[in-house]
Design a protein around this ligand. Structure first.
Ligand code: ADP
Length: 251
């Protein structure tokens, strides 16, 4: 019953906000189509480059918006795989660099012998992207994102967990904001910049993976999100050339 209630609240919230998001999405389509229109009539290389960048940004933002909506309203079951986080995150570097800015440094501190987890790789990627984009937005003058992980053995018969931290050196947030960040549609960003669905996707991802998440933030110092994801002993689903998979004694 609780889940049915949550689902109906979700649908209600989607209904109320679809209009707003459709409006944003339409604006992005207008930007992209007028950009393409102008490109057709422009020969100056510098101007063409600026137009192409504008179109690319609009399309990327539109893609993020629709992915977030899909993840939020998802009915399809998750497709889980056995994953080695360091390998996955290395594979994401290119995408992360594209989503961030030059004044933001990404530091990875991921031990190769990290335990494997069982999760949906698409949801994992989206969660990391959502966390990174939020960190970027909290660092308008640049800064650092530190992605670190460690094995956290279960205490008192509790399950073994993999602990993944995403820390930034950004503006931080007040306690009032921090207590609401996982609520769907909660945003402090201006209209058209935020949907308030990013962290709700991240929360859904960790919960559906049997894990949990917490946030710690200090205004003017930065924010750290800590994700706990249960360890799995299952063998890797796909060809996994990580050291831990090649030499099981290491895991
Ligand atoms: P959105 O990014 O669209 O606003 P999110 O659910 O991802 O939606 O985030 C909700 C809010 O949480 C943001 O509007 C912001 O106020 C706050 N927030 C999230 N991540 C950070 C961060 N790393 N630093 C400071 N504030 C953050």
């Amino acid at each position: 019953a609780e889940q049915a209630l949550r689902q109906s609240q979700k649908m209600e919230a989607i209904g109320r906000l679809t209009g707003g998001i459709a409006h944003d999405f339409n604006n992005l389509l207008m930007v992209a189509s007028s950009g393409v229109e102008l490109l057709d009539r422009t020969t100056d290389p510098a101007r063409r480059k600026a137009l192409t960048d504008g179109v690319r940004q609009a399309v990327e933002r539109g893609a993020v918006l629709t992915r977030q909506m899909l993840a939020f309203s998802r009915r399809a079951p998750l497709k889980t795989e056995v994953l080695h986080l360091p390998t996955r995150i290395e594979g994401l570097r290119f995408l992360l660099d594209r989503a961030l800015r030059e004044d933001i440094e990404v530091v990875l501190d991921l031990p190769a012998d990290l335990w494997r987890i069982e999760a949906d790789p698409g949801e994992l990627e989206l969660a990391l992207l959502n966390l990174a984009v939020n960190a970027r937005d909290a660092m308008p003058n640049g800064g650092r994102i530190i992605l670190s992980a460690h094995n956290a053995p279960g205490e008192d018969d509790g399950p073994d967990m993999v602990c993944l931290r995403v820390a930034d050196t950004g503006t931080g947030m007040s306690e009032a904001v921090a207590s609401r960040v996982f609520e769907p549609f909660f945003t402090t960003k201006e209209v058209g910049r935020g949907t308030g669905l990013g962290l709700s996707q991240v929360y859904g991802f960790v919960r559906s993976s049997g894990g949990d998440i917490s946030v710690e933030s200090t205004e003017g110092v930065g924010t750290t999100f800590t994700l706990y994801l249960p360890r799995t002993d299952k063998p890797a689903t796909v060809v996994d050339l990580s050291p831990a998979a090649v030499d099981p004694d290491r895991s």
